[in-house]
Ligand binder design. Structure first.
Ligand SMILES: Nc1ncnc2c1ncn2[C@@H]1O[C@H](COP(=O)(O)OP(=O)(O)OP(=O)(O)O)[C@@H](O)[C@H]1O
Ligand SMILES: [Mg+2]
Length: 275
């Protein structure tokens, strides 16, 4: 407990004082002893800086799920199916991936995250692992900032320093700039530690990983053993059937494919393409 408090204090001091801490101050490793006590978990959540998203900016970026109803409905239906499937299999880690770029992974991940977070008994994290072309901050409508979660994976900073939370149960980890060599980094033992420490310290019921496109980079296949299941997002008029088929086959060999979402359909809603 003292180690946790000390790591939390360090993260707080770093955020308030600015500047990078020495590598040994990385919170996740110090937090390994954590988990369990409700006080410790609540304290850890409070130590992540809070943000209040602009509903307007989110809507402009097609993120509709802060509140139920209207445009949130198809995402809420998807959320329920995803969550039921994951819970019944005792799965806690979901990767969202697509064959090529711009299919809507980040938008879908953010919608799922806000939708799930309306269930107050769930603790969630959305982690941006598309570090070649990071876009989660923009999708969330955030103003300029310094968050660079890749630094936590590199063991240079505490993870909390590069995270923000919405409310009491949804944490976001993201990057403001591209980071190189992500494929190797994601397979490093330190990155593995960071994810399991976050899971334990924040008592996460579910982690969503926003991945890079899988046909142009090796991150997804290299990271597949760290997740329980995958949602494949295809875009009508962008993704070919051959690409979907290839990705389905590759993913099925290494993890559980939860479903394929056909996004950007002109005449069908999102939920219609899920299955
Ligand atoms: N259903 C949709 N209909 C129309 N536009 C959409 C839809 N979903 C997402 N978009 C838009 O498509 C663009 C790409 O979306 P997004 O960034 O979520 O895709 P991505 O798969 O994460 O892309 P990247 O491969 O660059 O990470 C954004 O401008 C987003 O607002
Ligand atoms: Mg993206």
């Amino acid at each position: 407990m003292e180690r946790i408090q000390s790591a939390i204090n360090k993260a707080r001091a770093n955020r308030q004082g600015g500047g990078a801490p020495p590598p040994q101050a990385a919170a996740p490793r110090a937090l390994q002893a954590g988990g369990g006590s409700a006080d410790i978990i609540a304290g850890a959540w409070q130590d992540i800086a809070m943000f209040k998203p602009s509903v307007r900016a989110l809507k402009d970026n097609r993120v509709f799920t802060l509140k139920a109803g209207g445009d949130a409905a198809p995402f809420d239906m998807m959320r329920t199916r995803v969550f039921q499937q994951m819970r019944s299999n005792n799965w806690r880690r979901l990767a969202v991936v697509s064959p090529g770029k711009a299919c809507g992974k980040t938008t879908l991940s953010a919608n799922l995250a806000f939708s799930l977070a309306r269930q107050p008994d769930l603790n969630l994290a959305l982690i941006e692992l598309d570090m070649r072309r990071p876009s989660l901050a923009r999708t969330l409508g955030l103003q300029a900032g310094n968050e660079q979660f890749s630094r936590a994976l590199e063991d240079r900073d505490p993870a909390f320093q590069h995270m923000l939370r919405y409310g009491h149960n949804l944490a976001f980890a993201f990057n403001r700039s591209p980071a190189p060599s992500m494929e190797e980094l994601l397979q490093s033992s330190h990155a593995t530690e960071v994810f399991s420490d976050l899971e334990r310290v924040l008592d996460l019921s579910l982690m969503i990983f926003d991945m890079p496109p899988m046909l142009s980079s090796g991150e997804m296949m290299g990271f597949a053993d760290q997740v329980d299941c995958v949602l494949l997002v295809a875009a009508a008029e962008l993704t070919t059937l051959e690409e979907i088929d290839l990705c389905e086959r590759n993913l099925s060999e290494v993890t559980n494919l939860l479903g394929v979402v056909l996004n950007k359909c002109r005449y069908a809603d999102l939920a219609g393409g899920y299955g």
